[in-house]
Structure formats: C-alpha cells, structure tokens
Design a protein around this ligand. Structure first.
Ligand code: MN
Length: 322
C-alpha cells in the first residue's frame, strides 16, 4: 500500500543509538491511521519511540475488514525509492501492477516483494471479484546505501518455505528461519516469518543474538516470554536473544520481523526513503513531473497519486530520533 497522508511528517530513521543493547520487551501499541477515505490501518512502525527494527522501516497491519460490498483496497499509482515493499495477506487478494509491466494478483501465503531501488511506481487494488475479508500487513525494508540505487524489480513467490512443529507452523517471507530460507532477495541480514500457533501451543523458536526483533500479533493473542501480546500490537524484543518462548490459548498468527541493526541514518517521507532532504525533494519533484525515473503503471484506470507538498522545514538525516 501507500502512505496516503497528504501532509506526512518527515522521519529520520536509524543510526547506532537507536538500537537497544540486549533483550527488551517494549510494547508498541500502534496507532490507527486513515488511508484514503475508508481504509483504516494500524501503524506499528515508525512510531514515536521506535523507528526501525533491523532494516524494517514501516509496518502497517490492516483488517480483517469485510469488503464484500465495498471496493476494498484501491491505491492509485504512486512511487517508491530506496526501499522494498513486502506485501503479506492473511485473507483476501490484491492485484499489483507496476511500471516494470508486472500484473499479478496474489493471495494469502504468497509473497509480493517489490524492490524500488532507483525508482518504481505501482498500484494495488482489490480485484473486482474479491473474497469477503481483507486482512494483511504492508511492510517496507530500507535498502542500504550500496544497494539503494539498484534497478527496480518485482518478485512474486506463490509458495514459501517453512516448517511445522508442536502446534507451530512457520512460513518464511524473508531471510532464513529454523533452517528454511525465503527465495525473496534481501540486501541486509534480516528475517520476516509468519508464525501460526495452534490452541495450546507452547514453543521455543530460535533467534539470532545479533539481530533485533519485533513481533506483531496479526490475529489471536500470545504470551511472549511471559508478556501478553494482543491482536494488533507489537512487542519490540531488542537484541541478544537466542530463543523466544511463545504460548497461545487460541489460534494465533504472529509476524516476526528482525535483522541486524541498521546503522545508517535515513530520511523517510511519503513513499520515499533517501539520505537527505534535498534528495527527497528531488524525488517528489520528479514524480510530479512524470519523470522516467519512475516509469508509468500501464493498465491502471484512473489518476496517479500526486506527491503532497514538502514540509516547510528542511528534511535532515541527522541527530537522535527519540
Ligand atoms: Mn506502495
């Protein structure tokens, strides 16, 4: 999806001071954000106190929404730079088109991974005929400086690796987890895993001590190292853990996101990630001028999203972000 906010705040993200040294159990309750006229999402990242988890820079959780009598997701063509979008559905379906010519409809359990790199444009829509419920997560991964200008790409993986053990089914979206490795191309050491817990599950899952992690409850609820995690909330877990104990009293879906702490500072504004305010302003100007940097989304019936006005204060990638 897109950041549809017409007056988005600029965010400075990253830097070595933003990582917690050692384990943590910090509740990120998320914030309800209205996207467009009708879609409500819960934004877990960035949040006031926490801007990145590894290279994961943006986490929206939406639904389940009953869209039987509605158009569902309708996001007009918009640009991205310097990031990857990771689209993950628990219910529903989404039709993705982009300026590379990709034209793909994906559903639950499938990975739609778009590398914006130098620049791309895409649209996302519920197909005309769609399932009753729409439920998923929209995630962004920041690209490191050496890769952020890479050529854009789109990957659709209809099946993903994973494993089942003791009431837990793990599906690996990005990176490696418990011996299973996603085919999705990543540019920094990171992981994204869907964890489906059966009623009564009591499991210990392996973590990388060098990674920091966040854990989102997409549906149901769980106890995480003794701490409650309710649907729609996220726990920041810090670093230095080699395992994590999870229990559930109901069928529960969790999304585990982690990675090596991202040490570069970024500027994130609207749908762009860059390194300076000047760069972001250039991206916005180029998008609004229909620059070849982003290309055009062929087949979309409607207008593009214009970049909103830049904030009056220059965007600077500098300083502590708390
Ligand atoms: Mn988007």
């Amino acid at each position: 999806m897109s950041n549809l906010d017409r007056s988005p705040a600029a965010r400075v993200l990253g830097g070595p001071e933003s990582t917690t040294a050692g384990p943590s159990l910090e509740l990120l309750p998320g914030k309800e954000v209205l996207l467009g006229e009708s879609t409500r999402v819960r934004r877990l990242l960035p949040t006031l106190g926490r801007r990145l988890v590894g290279a994961w820079a943006f986490v929206d959780h939406y639904g389940p929404d009953d869209v039987a009598a509605a158009a569902g997701m309708q996001v007009a063509p918009h640009p991205h730079t310097g990031l990857q979008t990771v689209s993950w559905l628990l219910e529903g379906s989404v039709h993705h088109r982009d300026s590379l010519g990709s034209d793909v409809t994906f559903g639950p359990g499938e990975l739609a991974l778009m590398t914006a790199g130098h620049g791309i444009a895409h649209s996302e829509q519920s197909p005309h005929e769609h399932p009753r419920f729409l439920h998923g997560a929209q995630l962004w991964v920041a690209l490191p400086d050496g890769s952020r200008d890479t050529a854009p790409a789109f990957e659709h993986h209809a099946t993903l690796p994973g494993w089942t053990s003791d009431g837990l089914t793990a599906t690996v979206l990005m990176g490696s987890f418990g011996g299973a490795t996603s085919p999705g191309v990543a540019y920094t050491p990171l992981v994204g895993v869907d964890l489906a817990l059966a009623t009564g599950a009591d499991v210990e899952v392996p973590l990388e001590p060098d990674f920091e992690y966040g854990l989102l409850a997409s549906s149901g609820s769980a106890t995480v190292e003794g701490a409650p995690l309710d649907r729609g909330a996220m726990l920041y877990l810090g670093t230095g853990r080699t395992s994590l104990r999870l229990t559930a009293d109901e069928p529960t879906r969790l999304l585990l996101l982690g990675g090596e702490p991202f040490e570069e500072q970024l500027v994130m504004w609207w749908n762009f990630i860059g390194r300076s305010g000047e760069e972001i302003a250039d991206y916005a100007e180029q998008w609004n001028a229909e620059s070849a940097r982003f290309g055009a989304v062929v087949g979309y019936d409607g207008d593009r999203l214009e970049a909103p006005p830049l904030p009056p204060v220059p965007l600077k990638a500098r300083g502590r972000q708390r």
